[in-house]
Ligand binder design. Structure first.
Ligand SMILES: Cc1cc2nc3c(=O)[nH]c(=O)nc-3n(C[C@H](O)[C@H](O)[C@H](O)COP(=O)(O)OP(=O)(O)OC[C@H]3O[C@@H](n4cnc5c(N)ncnc54)[C@H](O)[C@@H]3O)c2cc1C
Length: 368
């Protein structure tokens, strides 16, 4: 089978790239399992409603002019731009790698009973396990995915405890985000236990109960969710060394050392015109890199200059940030915005709490 452009991975970045290629009159082949599914709803309204939110259904893909191959790439020769999906071999004029992150829980005894809702199949399995009335739920990991999941499940009436080895939810992010997250999570009725280094998960008798153990505590749960983070993932058959991830790419999102092979989304260090290369595994950058790669393939000049942006929804609260917080050395409240400045005093990031209308002001401030 021949393809003008084969896009490996049908998540957010892969789909945005395919849609933009189609708009440029280039017919992409989007490869991945099932239909393209959006990711943020997996911890929010899709989890609450129990149904996935598609980025596009079959009819929409058809009308856009996107071909689809349902399966996973398990072997490839990137130099020859050849891919293997089961029994199908694809020769592509160009390839876009969009395989995102893998969300594998750490190797802790008994952890295999834990659910992972960061991917569509995992979320569907979790929804089945939660059916039939309120459950005692333990969420291991209180980063963005764990905190959102805990808040959504507590809001739906489950008895939720979120555990983390760190002292506060979102503790890897800058202040005041951890304090805001702790308040927002508590307001949903979920409990949080910090300093909990999980040692073991043990089944209790013949029931479907699990004891989650850490150094100085334990909790019995009916459902355990592992939200311990993700790592950039390239299928082993691609011949890309895990030590090279996230992948470094040029301004045209091309992977160094390969001809006409691009990479996008969470898999890469985004080559941002002002802040890059940056590791920024968030929805808006997945779309921006997908679109930029499509433009580059269509020989349209440009650079990745959209300001980085991410948001989180914890229960009814939304916290959104524009810019690149890692560049900030000091933060201050300025007229209701939490503003980060770099060593030269330049505004590099702004955090907006619960006021989406301020996002425009935040963009203007960081962009000015
Ligand atoms: C649960 C969740 C909630 C999120 N919430 C937010 C949010 O609130 N705000 C925000 O800013 N960002 C959020 N994000 C981040 C954002 O969704 C990601 O940055 C974005 O999805 C990354 O896009 P991607 O295409 O690189 O990866 P993904 O969207 O993860 O897609 C990668 C795809 O590649 C496929 N794949 C992997 N290997 C192969 C293979 N061998 N062959 C074919 N296909 C393959 C995978 O199955 C997957 O479908 C969230 C992410 C998750 C997981």
């Amino acid at each position: 089978m021949d393809a003008e452009v084969a896009v490996v991975g049908n998540g957010v970045a892969g789909y945005s790239c395919a849609a933009r290629l189609a708009r440029h009159g280039i017919r992409p082949l989007l490869i991945g399992r099932g239909l393209p599914v959006d990711r943020p709803p997996l911890t929010k309204n899709a989890l609450a409603a129990g149904t996935l939110r598609l980025l596009a259904d079959e009819a929409r893909l058809d009308s856009l002019g996107i071909d689809r191959l349902d399966g996973m790439v398990d072997d490839a020769d990137l130099d020859a731009r050849r891919l293997v999906v089961g029994e199908t071999e694809i020769e592509a004029a160009a390839i876009v790698l969009a395989t995102g992150l893998a969300y594998r829980p750490p190797r802790i005894p008994g952890m295999d009973v834990a659910h992972v809702n960061a991917n569509p199949r995992g979320m569907e399995r979790l929804v089945l396990a939660l059916a039939g009335g309120p459950k005692r739920v333990v969420v291991i990991g209180a980063g963005l995915i764990g905190t959102e999941t805990g808040a959504t499940l507590a809001t739906a009436g489950h008895d939720v405890t979120a555990l983390d080895v760190l002292p506060r939810p979102l503790d890897r992010l800058h202040d005041p985000l951890p304090a805001l997250a702790a308040e927002a999570l508590a307001a949903t009725g979920a409990r949080f236990v910090g300093g909990a280094q999980i040692t073991e998960l043990r089944r209790v008798g013949d029931d479907d109960l699990v004891t989650v153990c850490w150094e100085d505590g334990e909790l019995v749960a009916e459902v355990v969710v592992a939200a311990t983070g993700g790592r950039p993932f390239a299928p082993p058959g691609l011949g890309i060394d895990a030590a090279e991830l996230p992948l470094a790419v040029g301004v045209d999102l091309r992977v160094a050392g390969f001809d006409r092979v691009h990479a996008v989304g969470d898999l890469i260090l985004a080559p941002h015109a002002r802040f890059g290369p940056i590791r920024f595994p968030h929805w808006d950058t997945a779309i921006a890199t997908g679109e930029r790669a499509a433009d580059a393939i269509a020989a349209i000049d440009g650079e990745l200059d959209r300001l980085p942006h991410w948001w989180t929804d914890i229960g009814p609260h939304t916290f959104a940030e524009v810019g690149w917080a890692d560049a900030a050395v000091e933060w201050a409240d300025e007229d209701g915005l939490h503003v980060g400045r770099d060593a030269a005093g330049e505004v590099v990031a702004a955090l907006v709490a619960d006021d989406p209308r301020r996002l425009r002001a935040a963009r203007a401030l960081v962009g000015s």
